[in-house]
Design a protein around this ligand. Structure first.
Ligand SMILES: Nc1nc2c(ncn2[C@@H]2O[C@H](COP(=O)(O)OP(=O)(O)OP(=O)(O)O)[C@@H](O)[C@H]2O)c(=O)[nH]1
Ligand SMILES: [Mg+2]
Length: 802
């Protein structure tokens, strides 16, 4: 007890106030000047503390209403609290925004996100019948609208929808219509950018877990992504109807493996196929789902005898968990009192918004149980758009971080977070952070400086859309016919603010591709351009030597889907090469070079001498070129040519022709010939110098290391360990469940090509795996040797062909 009280005190000190939820942690901006991030700036971004001595603040004191709030917000991200913004909101606007929830559903693959969303749409009256993912009627769920999604039974693209949830608050009796904007995201790691961009713009999330699978590899990834964007979340343990379902084991795993404390707010009545309903342990009510598709929610005070003890026990666990993260409950708990239902509910909301806790709901989407209370949870415990602190960077003030004000009457600021090409032109999803967006109105693209008209404004309902005339602050919508890139900020043209874009993971595999027949080239080019614009993790490049088109993506499935879409949507059959690993090259030592290019072929010759050093930068990031010339031994204009040569060498590394990472070249001496020197000569000389010096500097090949999780029935444990050892995997953890076995490890990507069929064969089709990029590491010496030899052989053959 003593230790616990001590722990509690520590927590109390640490979390003494309800922290506003700062959004988002800026990562990378696509805006031209937004290279520094708020994250890298000291927390004292508030340049002028709100004291009377600050001249600007004096000005604010004399302003009133919206202008004063905006001026305060412009003082810095920390200069205004959400409470202060809300307290000065127009009551009508407050009434509107209080009832909005922007949420995302994210989880491990196949955990039931789309199935649960289908129920949400049904219970809110958006759809009138339920169709299952891979259902017998072959219709497919609403949110998986692409044919490929329906055939494969997986979500590939995230889909947005909106619905209204009529709710009578059981404690206050207040009735409200809540407007929920919802994005269903894919679980497969190859489409992870879809989760990134959804979480970038949403205010809250529902994390779904499988009652049997528990915390799976993608659960951990999603947990990381939610933390990256400071997204408060509730959790929903799905598939309680499955054999072996154990929600409390899942909660135990959540507490162990995820970096957020979790506790149940419900317990199930009955298990597996006998699942009958749930008990809400906050209000101590038994809830059953009756009528067609469980549409009628029946609530009673009669908690069945069989679960009464469990419900009491888990209520105590919930209170103890909250006492650890919430002051008010801590005090009540220390005084050995029991919090009231109101106190409990308020504490769950406070702790969830402060990212210190996730309440765990449960049920079975497929068996139509537990979805409505989960929706109530979205209302009760997830924030409205005004409760989240959203920030922008002010380009005019050295990219200082400023707060945004979700008032309709404030100047417009929105972020284009997703694009889709459609028959009607580009469809751009926009999150409105401040002000209003109006049909036929104008907005300015901060990146291009262009003024654009909004010809059509819609709300999305999966692949359907509803036209609207305007969209208020804090909402999500889509516009038609506006050319822009993903991550562009739009404003009213008067402000110098720009929004941070989302984190975009680097593609790790690539392959050569071409259309089977030449007359499909135009369509091929069109498809390539479209996919690249829509998906920042799908890249297209041209090999300068072979003239082949190379596509890169996040994994085999990612690439496979695009090849298939090319065939279906553009009528282009493609020939693809073997998938290749995106290796990288770097140096490990510092070496000096002194290289002279001298050619005399009659007439004017070529002359350039460059000297300096190359060295590792210490980080496997951008390459650097340093002009160290003092005294003019190389003319300024030729220095630029040297840099060009260096950059070209970095694009196609000397060892394998793959990109170079983390190398710095300093040119500090050289010589110029009055007649024979030229930019071309210096560029070539630098490339030659780089090629030689690179190898002398103990160059190495870097390989993408993947974080892999393999799951199968326990009987295949030995086979899986064998497969992973064969691939030189570092096995980090293994988990043996009642029936299942999971292995977590790190492994070089090259060993994982074709792994899905190997795994299938070794586990009678029952094994599954996921993998995601972790880091670049030196490839094993033998593997490096083989790669270099193969590359040299290929180069020689190409030489011969010439
Ligand atoms: N037994 C059981 N199966 C479920 C439940 N919910 C979903 N499923 C099944 O699980 C499979 C995957 O469901 P989806 O809704 O597509 O899962 P998802 O999370 O959207 O999958 P991705 O989007 O591909 O990551 C389908 O076959 C569903 O019928 C449930 O509550 N119980
Ligand atoms: Mg899905």
């Amino acid at each position: 007890m003593k230790a616990r009280v001590h722990l509690l005190r520590r927590h109390c000190r640490q979390f003494s106030a309800l922290a506003p939820v700062p959004r988002p942690t800026p990562l990378r901006s696509l805006a031209p000047r937004a290279t520094t991030t708020a994250a890298s700036r000291p927390q004292s971004a508030l340049r002028y503390p709100l004291s009377q001595r600050c001249p600007v603040f004096e000005g604010i004191r004399n302003q009133s209403g919206v202008a004063a709030v905006l001026a305060e917000a412009a003082q810095g991200a920390d200069s205004i609290t959400n409470e202060s913004i809300i307290s000065r909101m127009d009551p009508k606007e407050l009434g509107r925004i209080k009832n909005i929830r922007n949420i995302g559903i994210a989880a491990h693959i196949d955990s039931g996100k789309t199935t649960a969303t289908e129920r949400v749409l049904f219970y809110t009256g958006r759809i009138h019948s339920i169709h299952e993912v891979r259902g017998k009627d072959s219709v497919g769920a609403k949110m998986d609208s692409m044919d490929l999604e329906r055939e494969k039974g997986i979500t590939i693209k995230s889909a947005a929808t909106f619905c209204n949830w009529d709710r009578k608050d059981p404690l206050t009796g207040e009735e409200n219509k809540y407007h929920i904007n919802l994005i269903d995201t894919p679980g497969h790691i190859d489409f992870t950018v879809e989760v990134e961009r959804a979480l970038r713009v949403l205010d809250g999330a529902v994390m779904i877990l499988c009652a049997v699978g528990g915390v799976q590899s993608q659960t951990i990834t999603v947990d990381r992504q939610m933390r990256r964007y400071n997204v408060p979340r509730i959790s929903f343990i799905n598939k309680l109807d499955r054999m072996g379902a154990n929600p409390f084991k899942v909660i135990e795993l959540m507490n162990q493996k995820l970096k957020i404390p979790a506790a149940a707010v419900q317990v199930p009545i009955g298990t597996e196929e006998h699942l009958k309903g749930i008990v809400d342990i906050v209000r101590m009510k038994a809830i059953y789902f009756e009528g067609l598709r469980g549409i009628q929610v029946k609530e009673t005070d009669e908690i069945p005898e069989s679960v009464r003890e469990l419900a009491n026990e888990k209520r105590s666990v919930l209170i103890a968990a909250l006492a650890d993260v919430d002051d008010e409950i801590a005090e009540i708990w220390l005084e050995e009192q029991t919090p009231t239902v109101e106190q409990l509910r308020a504490a769950i909301r406070r702790a969830t918004l402060a990212l210190k806790f996730t309440p765990v709901f449960m049920g079975s989407a497929l068996a139509d149980k537990g979805v409505q209370p989960m929706l109530d949870g979205v209302i009760d415990y997830l924030p409205n758009p005004a409760e989240i602190k959203n920030t922008a960077l002010d380009r005019k003030r050295d990219e200082m971080s400023v707060a945004l004000v979700p008032y309709n009457s404030a100047p417009f600021i929105g972020l284009a977070f997703k694009l889709e090409e459609s028959n009607f032109g580009q469809l751009t999803y926009i999150r409105v952070y401040q002000g209003m967006l109006k049909r036929t109105g104008f907005m300015y693209n901060v990146r291009t400086g262009k003024k654009v008209k909004v010809p059509r404004l819609v709300r999305m309902h999966s692949n359907e859309m509803e036209d609207v005339d305007n969209i208020g602050a804090g909402e999500i919508c889509a516009v038609f016919g506006v050319e822009c890139a993903s991550g562009d900020t739009f404003t009213d043209g008067q402000q110098s603010y720009t929004l941070q874009s989302m984190h975009v993971p680097e593609p790790v595999i690539s392959l050569a591709i071409k259309p089977k027949s030449n007359n499909q080239s135009a369509n091929f080019a069109k498809a390539m351009a479209r996919f690249q614009r829509e998906d920042p993790t799908f890249r297209v490049s041209q090999d300068s030597e072979t003239q082949e088109t190379i596509i890169s993506g996040m994994g085999e499935l990612h690439i496979e889907i695009y090849v298939e879409r090319m065939r279906r949507e553009y009528n282009v059959d493609c020939i693809t090469g073997q998938p290749k690993v995106a290796y990288r090259e770097t140096v490990t030592e510092t070496v000096t070079f002194d290289h002279t290019l001298k050619k005399q072929t009659g007439g004017a010759g070529d002359f350039a001498r460059v000297a300096g050093l190359i060295e590792p930068t210490g980080e496997l990031g951008d390459n650097e070129f340093v002009n160290g010339i003092i005294g003019g031994s190389i003319d300024e204009k030729y220095i630029f040519a040297c840099e060009k040569g260096f950059r070209a060498s970095c694009d196609k590394g000397p060892l394998l022709g793959h990109r170079v990472l983390g190398v710095r070249m300093t040119v500090n001496d050289g010589a110029t010939h009055v007649v024979d020197s030229s930019e071309m000569a210096f560029k070539t000389a630098t490339q030659q110098a780089m090629r030689k010096a690179f190898k002398d500097a103990r160059a190495i090949v870097l390989e993408p290391i993947m974080r892999v999780a393999v799951t199968s029935p326990a009987e295949f444990q030995g086979a899986i360990v064998g497969l992973m050892n064969k691939r030189n995997a570092i096995i980090e953890d293994t988990e043996v469940g009642v029936d299942d076995f999971t292995l977590y490890g790190e492994v070089g990507l090259h060993g994982m090509f074709g792994f899905s069929s190997v795994l299938r064969a070794a586990t009678q089709g029952k094994g599954e795996f996921t993998m995601e990029f972790l880091k670049y590491s030196p490839a094993l010496p033998q593997h490096q040797k083989e790669l270099i030899e193969k590359h040299e052989k290929e180069m020689k053959e190409k030489e011969k062909e010439k």
